[in-house]
Ligand binder design. Structure first.
Ligand code: AMP
Length: 425
């Protein structure tokens, strides 16, 4: 028989790590719902053309898409990110603005798999459509910042830049093209190839050989229109008001082509520099129009869940929660008591586990210990005869007899009241 393994770049997230993921998503939801963002769940695959709007010259589109023809002959792709899907959803449903949404879930990119870089990876993110106001840029960045803080991360740095409006960006790209062409001999062959397609992308090169030429390249600031420049100043001022530290980085252009005006990236200094970007985002004022919708401004961010958790590991914060149950039922009669007592406790709102296969008292007590339960409920012939249970406090090892009918009252007193698990009638 073949022994199957996960595909390269994909992973099983086992307990208790999966509980950590859920907690991550819950804290994210709580952070952004406090600011009026509602949850959106776009499909995992879409018409591939939706994602082509990210930019034909980006690696994400030209090399990394998981696209294929479905059985109906449609060219579809697993989503490589969710901003394009959210903008497509906006163009399709035309909700009233401002439209503020958040999402979580997997994305797919055919990348070279390595630590911190996967082919299936999760992102949480927000998108806000229909507002030009720089105060929204500040709100969006501040929410990401707050979230990192809630996780306990201390070593995250915010880098920020403005890419200007359409015209600014085009003039800058032309100036960059001229500059890099005049220094083409000194660039690496990879950078020369990128230059042919998109001069802006050359700024992304992390190769040592390109660093010196990039350092002397023209800066975007000189190309910003008065209004883009003022907008950017307002964003920076808002960040100062909220005491959010930032570093301006004129080389920050980010991997996707749709960004206009504000762009930003969060970097963990606790991670190796090759994979240290834990999130990023920016304005994409032309994207909804590109997807067939009305001309609508937008801004958002996506934070990499997998990589942010690696940063948490590196900083020793936000560990996986300890899994445990409230109660472990030890039944050495015949197992039927364990069946009904655990079921009744589940309905009463408690968590309860049990042993199977008629194990010995000793083996069941061992399982009770491993389960992390606060109490073991022990049922043997004596207990059946007296209509009560022996309850062992697993921390103090003290035992007492509690009448069957008083069990829930005992747990309420010792563990707190729980909401019963019942269908609302
Ligand atoms: P992007 O959508 O490319 O702007 O990426 C936003 C964030 O998603 C990055 O900062 C990373 O944290 C994360 N990310 C992007 N690609 C991957 C990947 N292949 N594996 C793991 N995380 C990723």
């Amino acid at each position: 028989m073949p022994s199957f393994q996960t595909s390269p770049g994909t992973r099983d997230i086992l307990p208790p790590d999966a509980a950590r993921w859920r907690e991550f998503n819950a804290i994210f939801a709580d952070t952004v719902e406090a600011a009026g963002y509602g949850c959106i769940i776009p499909p995992i695959f879409e018409d591939a053309a939706v994602f082509h709007r990210i930019g034909e010259a980006t690696d994400v589109v030209s090399k990394e898409m998981y696209d294929f023809q479905d059985k109906g002959g449609r060219h579809v792709s697993l989503r490589p990110e969710q901003t394009a899907s959210v903008c497509r959803a906006y163009a399709q449903h035309r909700p009233t603005t401002p439209w503020k949404v958040w999402y979580t879930g997997p994305n797919f990119r055919y990348e070279k798999a390595q630590a911190g870089r996967y082919r299936q990876f999760d992102q949480v993110g927000i998108e806000a459509l229909g507002v030009h106001d720089s105060a929204l840029d500040v709100e969006v960045i501040a929410l990401a910042w707050k979230f990192y803080q809630r996780l306990g991360l201390l070593n995250v740095q915010l880098f920020i830049n403005s890419l200007g409006d359409d015209g600014d960006r085009e003039r800058y790209v032309e100036a960059l093209r001229e500059y890099f062409l005049s220094h083409a001999d000194a660039l690496t062959p990879e950078a020369r190839q990128t230059l042919d397609k998109n001069p802006l992308r050359v700024l992304d090169s992390k190769r040592q050989g390109d660093a010196e030429i990039i350092a002397g390249a023209p800066k975007i600031t000189a190309f910003l229109s008065a209004s883009a420049s003022q907008h950017f100043e307002e964003v920076l001022e808002g960040l100062r008001v909220l005491d959010i530290p930032f570093t301006q980085n004129e080389l920050l252009v980010r991997g996707l082509d749709y960004y206009r005006r504000t762009t930003f990236e969060f970097v963990s200094t606790a991670l190796e520099s090759a994979q240290n970007a834990v999130g990023g985002g920016g304005r994409y004022d032309g994207l909804v129009k590109d997807l067939g919708g009305p001309d609508t401004p937008g801004i958002g961010f996506a934070l990499g869940l997998d990589r942010t958790l690696l940063a948490c590991d590196a900083e020793g914060v936000f560990g996986a929660p300890k899994s445990s149950v409230d109660v472990f039922v030890v039944d050495v009669v015949d197992g039927t008591y364990a069946l009904s007592v655990t079921s009744a406790l589940h309905d009463a709102g408690y968590s309860a586990d049990r042993a199977f296969d008629s194990r010995s008292m000793k083996a069941q007590m061992k399982s009770a210990d491993r389960s992390g339960a606060r109490f073991a409920i022990i049922i043997a012939q004596d207990e059946v005869a007296s209509g009560s249970y022996t309850i062992r406090d697993m921390t103090s090892a003290q035992q007492q007899l509690v009448a069957k009918g008083d069990l829930v009252e005992f747990l309420t007193r010792n563990l707190g009241a729980r909401t019963p698990r019942r269908h609302p009638s």
